[in-house]
Ligand binder design. Structure first.
Ligand code: SAM
Length: 220
């Protein structure tokens, strides 16, 4: 897909169908990432970029009382949903959400102990700018984990998901599919991300590749 055709933010009319899909992967994906993360990071301030409906930060906060989290997303609708979800889980005091662009973060230099992002990298128009912002806001010695499944809906039973959608949600999914704006985008490969990461200043880099996902672990 052409770079200028990429839609970075989940469009408002697709937010509720996306939220229903992510709800289905809490056990199969977010819980596993949260377990892995809290085994390595116990306390401090964590930034979740492209946080979506907030289910991953919620799973992390449930497991680790000494982690506080800021979730950022371009989509105003998803941020409102994330705030509701955190409130329902009784975790609003430890997770804050805000609308923002990962390529232009409003945070001070070296303000986070850890940065996390799942499912955002492949949709970015300027991934190098985002890696540079991650490097800037991370404290020295802090880690960034950038996991990029090309589509969390790869992990769901699509038939079951479609059955959860109302007419309006199905209609907009169909429209976006018909316009070719909702096609899956492949995750980046190792050789594509290494120059981006190096341009941002990271030298401590670990990359794991699976068929449909890349997992990047960086330390500043
Ligand atoms: C596929 S979703 C993943 C959401 C969530 N991390 C998850 O794993 O369910 C990608 C999210 O990144 C957001 N996003 C895309 N580009 C962004 C940017 N430049 N800054 C902040 N958020 C962005 C989208 O709005 C969308 O909510």
């Amino acid at each position: 897909m052409k770079k200028w055709l990429k839609i970075e933010r989940i469009p408002g009319v697709l937010a509720s169908s996306y939220e229903k899909a992510t709800r289905m992967v809490i056990e199969s994906y977010y819980s596993q990432v949260a377990d892995e993360l809290v085994a390595a990071f116990k306390a401090g301030l964590l930034l979740d970029l492209g946080t979506g409906p907030g289910y991953l930060p919620i799973e992390i906060a449930k497991r680790a009382p000494d982690i506080t989290i800021v979730g950022v997303d371009l989509s105003h609708k998803l941020i409102l949903m994330a705030e509701d979800n955190a409130a329902r889980a009784g975790l609003s005091s430890r997770i804050r959400f805000e609308v923002g662009n990962s390529a232009r973060l409003r945070f001070e230099d070296e303000s986070f102990d850890m940065v996390l992002s799942t499912g955002m990298l492949h949709s970015l128009k300027d991934p190098v700018a985002v890696f540079k912002e991650i490097f800037r806001v991370l404290k020295k010695g802090g880690q960034a984990w950038i996991y990029d499944p090309s589509n969390v809906t790869d992990y769901i039973d699509r038939k079951q998901w479609k059955a959860m959608l109302n007419f309006r949600e199905r209609f907009f999914l169909w429209v976006f599919g018909w316009l070719g704006l909702h096609e899956p985008i492949d995750p980046y490969r190792r050789e594509q991300v290494i120059p981006m990461i190096e341009a941002a200043g990271f030298v401590d880099v670990r990359i794991d590749e699976k068929e449909n996902e890349i997992r990047i672990k960086l330390r500043k």
